[in-house]
Design a binder for this molecule. Structure first.
Ligand code: SAH
Length: 263
């Protein structure tokens, strides 16, 4: 395994676990399908092990890193793309300033990985694809299908807009320092049909409320919506949220929306 010279002391609070294998870095970047993409954005380039492969794709690309020490390092190491290295918090950056469609890639800081995914969902109109390394549990949850214990809010909301695929698992030994958990690389590819066939804001609310008490039936979890008994006879109300597909949640949202119109 080719080792990358580490010169930055990893900072725990920034979720820094530097990948040490250039072969794995290439394998991650190879998952990226750049067709129809105008801009590639890497989140948290760190010491640039992915960056090194991304710049070879010769697409318009930007590297967003919060850590000033990493930014200084990257600007020296990759002086040819110095102006594409941006010191900012990805969660705060305005994605509208980049030319879409966007591809997002990164070995993500695990402490904010769910927030990164929620930001992608919010910007689904511009984010065409994502290749990301997550802690294994989160990677699996995003790709999980109904009926599994780890199927939840993240699975439904991502799968409403993106096709997901689990690429490969990575053990802690590939990182410096090794994280306490296994990691997993996943790919998201935006679906052609982005408009849900229901009220989107209500859909989000229904999904979130349903999973707040995942062991309860939908009938019990959705009491806050004050639905009439008549409506609650639909078989869907006797089910648990983890058994419902995206389409089931859309159906459920429409039932609730219709009730609100008629009352
Ligand atoms: N891509 C590198 C580093 C991964 S560690 C590698 O694979 O080795 C995660 C990186 O995300 C760190 O460099 C960390 O400084 C950066 N980071 C953490 N929080 C961030 C945020 N909010 N916005 C942008 N970068 C962040």
């Amino acid at each position: 395994m080719k080792k990358y010279n580490s010169t930055i002391k990893p900072k725990k609070r920034l979720g820094q676990h530097f990948l040490e294998s250039s072969e794995i870095a290439k394998k991650i970047v190879d998952c990226l399908d750049c067709n129809d993409i105008n801009t590639i954005i890497e989140i948290g380039p760190g010491m640039g092990i992915l960056t090194n492969h991304i710049i070879k794709l010769s697409k318009n690309s930007f590297f967003i890193e919060i850590d000033n020490e990493s930014v200084d390092y990257l600007k020296k190491e990759f002086s040819e793309i110095e102006h594409s290295i941006i010191q900012e918090d990805f969660l705060k950056i305005d994605l509208k300033k980049f030319k879409s469609p966007l591809a997002i890639i990164g070995n993500f800081p695990y402490n904010i990985s769910s927030q990164i995914v929620f930001k992608i969902i919010e910007h689904k109109n511009t984010v065409e694809t994502l290749v990301g390394m997550f802690q294994l549990e989160v990677a699996k949850r995003i790709c999980e299908k109904p009926g599994s214990k780890s199927y939840g809010i993240l699975s439904v909301l991502v799968q409403a807009y993106y096709e997901t695929s689990f690429e490969f698992l990575l053990e802690p030994t590939y990182f410096n320092p090794p994280p306490k958990v296994n990691s997993g690389v996943i790919t998201l590819k935006r679906k052609k049909q982005l408009e849900l066939k229901c009220n989107e804001a209500l859909f989000f609310k229904v999904v979130k409320t349903s999973f707040q008490q995942r062991r309860k039936t939908i009938r019990n979890s959705l009491k806050v919506f004050n639905l009439s008994n008549n409506i609650k006879e639909d078989v869907i109300f006797g089910k648990r949220p983890e058994t419902l597909s995206v389409d089931d949640f859309i159906h459920l949202t429409n039932i609730i929306a219709n009730e609100n119109i008629s009352t």
